[in-house]
Write a protein that binds this ligand. Structure first.
Ligand SMILES: [Zn+2]
Length: 92
């Protein structure tokens, strides 16, 4: 679809957040809700939720990712020192 102006045109530019708050205040709240939700889901950043981990009381993660209650092996250390072994099939 094309648009052609018959004369001089004026353009107005506003910020997306301003547009949303003008269009609908509930939409602005929904937008910020989605941002917080996406940060928690994709970056494991739960700080905007102001929740503290119930295991160690830090606010940078929740219990699911708590380093105190979950052992996380450092792959670089394990692979670098050749600690990974694969089962060897024995042939009869
Ligand atoms: Zn924790």
């Amino acid at each position: 679809m094309g648009v052609r102006s018959n004369g001089f045109s004026k353009l107005l530019k506003i910020k997306r957040s301003d547009f949303i708050s003008i269009v609908h205040p509930i939409a602005a709240e929904y937008e910020s809700f989605c941002m917080v939700k996406d940060r928690a889901l994709f970056s494991n950043d739960v700080q905007p939720l102001h929740l503290n981990c119930s295991a160690c009381n830090e606010n940078s993660h929740d219990e699911t990712y708590c380093p105190v209650t979950h052992f996380t092996a450092r792959k670089d250390k394990i692979i670098g020192k050749g600690h990974i072994s694969f089962p060897i099939e024995e042939r009869n």
